[in-house]
Design a protein around this ligand. Structure first.
Ligand SMILES: NC(=O)c1ccc[n+]([C@@H]2O[C@H](COP(=O)([O-])OP(=O)(O)OC[C@H]3O[C@@H](n4cnc5c(N)ncnc54)[C@H](OP(=O)(O)O)[C@@H]3O)[C@@H](O)[C@H]2O)c1
Length: 270
């Protein structure tokens, strides 16, 4: 349950710490160390989060063998558009001060994505990265990459939570054994406004956040909740000692309303 076997055979931890909007310094370093102490073995960053230096430092100073911590970063849109994917990855590795990352994703499906994908395939061959994937790719973007590329994406990282389950993108991924990672699994904090999660949680002795994250896991979706608070990081990681009933899973499924908290991959301007 703790890892997901990707379509290239690698085992990716199903629980990761997201660090978008974590400051590039002590805040990120502490959050990652607390997460690793709490049993997380996966960190999700991106060039665009401007905190790769702190992420690398946290991983290098955590006291765990490098191979025990899964690290994902992403290639930003300007680099994809400019045909600079290889250079962007090399610069991420320099900021991280690491020899390799476990996963690199194309952050958004901007123009130039097919050529960028081919650059990622070369980075994979060169050993700079152990798996390559995409983020915010919709069904047609997925098909396009599969047609043009020679390596399947292992993951599509998309916005996913009880209000937004993205059936079309997910069925395109399922057809090719591409795993789903949920970004904003806690609805950027809006889960607190939905009483059902706490109601269900009470019956299991679990919090609303734990119910939402567990619902993602039981839908076979990898989660990367973000927090910079130790107590919440521990809470968000304590997901593996209970199971939601079919009835509770369905009650949460019924909340779906196509509601995004982040940008729409079919209509964005960055
Ligand atoms: N690929 C993409 O395009 C993309 C886009 C967005 C995000 N992401 C990735 O996905 C990760 C997660 O998404 P996200 O950061 O947007 O949102 P999220 O994880 O859904 O929610 C984070 C928010 O919830 C709060 N929070 C966390 N745990 C809580 C708890 N137990 N109780 C109450 N509040 C809690 C956090 O505040 P505190 O930090 O103050 O605790 C923060 O404000 C990101 O960090 C990033 O790594 C990727």
């Amino acid at each position: 349950m703790r890892t997901y076997k990707l379509n290239n055979g690698l085992e990716m931890p199903r629980l990761g710490l997201g660090v978008w909007q974590s400051e590039n310094g002590k805040e990120t370093i502490d959050a990652i160390h607390w997460a690793l102490e709490a049993g997380y073995r996966h960190v999700d960053t991106a060039k665009a989060y401007r905190n790769e230096e702190a992420v690398g430092e946290a991983i290098r100073t955590a006291g765990l063998p490098r191979e025990e911590v899964w690290l994902t970063t992403k290639v930003w849109n300007d680099d994809i558009r400019a045909g600079r994917t290889t250079e962007a990855l090399d610069n991420s590795l320099k900021r991280l001060k690491l020899d390799y990352v476990d996963q690199v994703l194309l952050h958004w499906p901007v123009e130039g994505r097919v050529a960028a994908w081919q650059e990622l395939e070369k980075a994979l061959e060169a050993g700079k990265v152990r798996s390559i994937g995409v983020s915010n790719f919709m069904d047609d973007h997925i098909e396009e990459i599969i047609e043009a590329g020679s390596v399947l994406p292992v993951v599509n990282q998309i916005e996913y939570h009880p209000y937004l389950t993205q059936a079309d993108a997910i069925s395109a991924c399922d057809a090719h054994d591409i795993a789903i990672t949920a970004w904003s699994p806690l609805m950027q904090g809006h889960f607190l406004k939905e009483p059902l999660f706490a109601e269900i949680g009470e019956r299991y002795g679990k919090t609303a956040a734990q119910v939402v994250l567990r619902w993602c896991l039981q839908n076979d979706v990898i989660v990367i909740p973000k927090s910079v608070h130790r107590k919440r990081i521990i809470e968000n990681g304590d997901l593996f000692d209970f199971e939601l009933s079919e009835e509770d899973m369905v009650a949460i499924d019924e909340l779906e309303r196509g509601k995004r908290f982040g940008p729409d991959p079919r209509n964005f301007d960055f």
